[in-house]
Design a protein around this ligand. Sequence first.
Ligand SMILES: [Zn+2]
Length: 443
Amino acid sequence: MIRKARPIVSVASGTCGHPYFPERGNEGYWVEHYDLALEYRVVANRLRASATISAFAAGALSWFALDLAGLRATAVLVDGLPARFTQHGDKLRVTPARTLQEGTLFVVEIRYGGNPRPVPSHWGGLGWEQLSDGVIVASQPTGAPSWFPCNDRPGDKSTFRISVTTASAYEVVANGRLAGKRRAASTTTWVYEQAEPMATYLASVQIGRYQTAEVSGPVPQRLFFPSRLASRVRLDFGRQQQMLALFTERFGPYPFAAYTVVVADDDLEIPVEAQGMSIFGRNHVDGRRGEERLVAHELAHQWFGNSLTLESWREIWLHEGFASYAEWLWSEASGGETADALAARWHRKLSRLPQDFVLADPGARRLFDDRVYKRGALTVHALRRALGDEAFFPMLREWTTTYQHGAVTTDRFTRLADRYATTPLDPLFTSWLHTERLPAEHR
Ligand SMILES: [Zn+2]
């Protein structure tokens, strides 16, 4: 079991393992814990906050940088001493009073604030965003610095404590366990603790006028939704307990203490994954389970993406291929089309579309291209066919156990899968992962 993802940083070589977003992530340290205290006024979109970050120096540091976008730092302390700091672009550069020694833990306290706004990207704004009456955070892949200073690299996973103070009319949801809720005159402070290491892009705060419902079971579930959608939500998310049972059997134990679904009172293009949580738009809820494949997909991300997190964004198939394949497993188990039939259908569709990327490195702009998702699912299916169910599912469970709450790479996956094979898997992985042309089905 890997407790902490060691970032693939080489201080000497200056490579940071972030080829798709070289401007994101910082070298020389990794973060152990973020303690964020936010005071937020919803209508004014005004944030006043402090971040207390415990980090480990990978080398001697006379200065270091954090990612922070669109918000101003007003004071920085390192190990209790005032530090010099400057902000350029999305970087906060901190010069501590004393050089930090290699191998030491240090604590940075940053006071900051402003009007948070989404970080522009190829996919539109990412991160902290105002809703009609509340807030959504959807940071994948580079939106986290829109609301807190961080080392925005997916492999640098840390524990979190997130405290939010806002008007009492709103429900506030963040990752992890609700550790406290205190009401003052007109505001309420919500404190959440995320004990399992979490990537910065999966950190999330949702604020809205939500009704709540709890569903008990082996994994407790919470639902937050606009009250007028109550009956639709109960029906559309009503089979999550069965999905959890299926995925636990196929993928291994659910990796977190609970699962939360938030249905925002706005339309969302696609649902959003966060650690221990998924966020859907009201347009994903029709009261007829019309989008149930997305319900299964988002739930599967708790294993593939949130517990096992890619070290580099180029390996997005390790998230989306498996979450998309989970849709097929759910379809098969719930009386819908079989995985075989779905694979055949999607193979036909993909064979008519451009085959101009390799799955193991599709390029930053194709991170959320549906062809990446479906070719990823087809790759998983081809591997299942090659290994047979009696080897494939034990292999998947070893994968999720070995790297639970850690960071993963394609190379680690293919090496593990190889141990379950009776014939070499190199030809399969070469054709599916490293060749542009779509291989024949099941090869
Ligand atoms: Zn997904």
